[in-house]
Design a protein around this ligand. Structure first.
Ligand code: ZN
Length: 243
C-alpha cells in the first residue's frame, strides 16, 4: 500500500478553515444583479436597437494547493532568509532559480546538488511593468528585473526597487527579504548597489525617444493609480527611496 504523505509543519490550517466557511456560504451563489439598457444585434451601433439585460453578480474564489516538489527547499529557504541554488556536479552549471536536474544535454538529466548563494547579483535584463494582473496593480509601476545572482548562470525574475528610468542592464544589485514572507518569489526584491553611474549606452538613455516614451507611459500609469485607488505619484516615488 502506498505511504500517505505526513504533514511535518502546518501553516495552512487557518486558510483551510477560512475557506471552509467561504465555501459553506455558497461559492458561485448570486448575490446581486443589475438591469442594464444596452445595444443589441449585429452590425453598426446605429443599426442596433436597445434592449434590457439582467446582469448577475456571484463571487467566485478558488483555494489552490500545489506542491513545489523537489525545489521546495528553495521556497522554504526564502521564508528563512536564505537563497539557494543548485549546481550540476558534472558540468558545474549553477541554477538559480534551481533545477533538480541539469538541462545540459551532455549531463543526461543528471541530478544537481543544493548550494547557498550570496545576496548579490546584477540585472541581466528587465521589463518596466505599467500594467499587471490584479494582485500586482497597487505595486505599479515597477521594474521586473531578471537578476543573475553572483555565481549563477541563470536569472531570477524579481522586482528591482528603483525608479523605472534609473534601471540598466549590468546594474549591480543586492537581494533583500521582505518582512512578511510567504514562500514565493515576491518574498525577495533587489535594490541597486550604491555608487553606480548609468552607462551612456543604456537602452533608456542612448536614444532620447526611449526615455520620452517611458515617461509618457509612466504618467498614464500614475493617472490610472490615482483614479482606481487614490494612490498619488509622490507616494509611489517614496517607495523607491525607502529601501
Ligand atoms: Zn550538467
Amino acid at each position: 500500500m502506498a505511504k500517505e504523505p505526513k504533514i511535518i509543519e502546518d501553516k495552512a490550517t487557518p486558510i483551510k478553515r477560512e475557506w471552509e466557511e467561504y465555501a459553506r456560504k455558497g461559492n458561485w451563489t448570486v448575490k446581486g444583479y443589475e438591469m442594464v439598457r444596452a445595444l443589441s444585434g449585429p452590425g453598426k451601433a446605429e443599426e442596433c436597437k436597445e434592449e434590457d439585460f439582467m446582469v448577475i453578480y456571484r463571487p467566485h474564489g478558488v483555494l489552490y494547493h500545489h506542491s513545489y516538489g523537489l525545489v521546495s527547499k528553495f521556497f522554504k529557504g526564502l521564508i528563512e532568509k536564505h537563497l539557494f541554488g543548485t549546481k550540476c556536479p558534472k558540468c558545474k552549471t549553477v541554477y538559480c532559480p534551481p533545477r533538480v536536474h541539469c538541462w545540459n544535454p551532455k549531463c543526461r538529466v543528471g541530478e544537481t546538488e543544493w548550494m547557498e548563494l550570496p545576496l548579490t547579483g546584477k540585472v541581466h535584463t528587465f521589463s518596466v511593468m505599467l500594467f499587471s494582473a490584479d494582485a500586482f496593480l497597487e505595486m505599479l509601476p515597477f521594474v521586473l528585473g531578471y537578476v543573475q545572482i553572483d555565481g549563477a548562470h541563470t536569472a531570477l525574475p524579481i522586482q528591482v526597487m528603483t525608479a523605472p528610468t534609473d534601471v540598466f542592464i549590468g546594474q549591480k544589485v543586492r537581494i533583500r527579504f521582505r518582512g512578511k514572507r510567504k514562500g514565493d518569489l515576491m518574498d525577495i526584491y533587489a535594490v541597486p548597489a550604491k555608487g553606480q553611474t548609468m552607462p551612456e549606452n543604456s537602452c533608456l538613455h542612448e536614444y532620447e525617444r526611449n526615455l520620452e516614451d517611458l515617461n509618457r507611459d509612466l504618467e498614464n500609469t500614475y493617472a490610472f493609480l490615482d483614479k482606481r485607488f487614490g494612490i498619488k505619484k509622490a507616494q509611489v516615488e517614496r517607495r523607491w527611496k525607502a529601501k
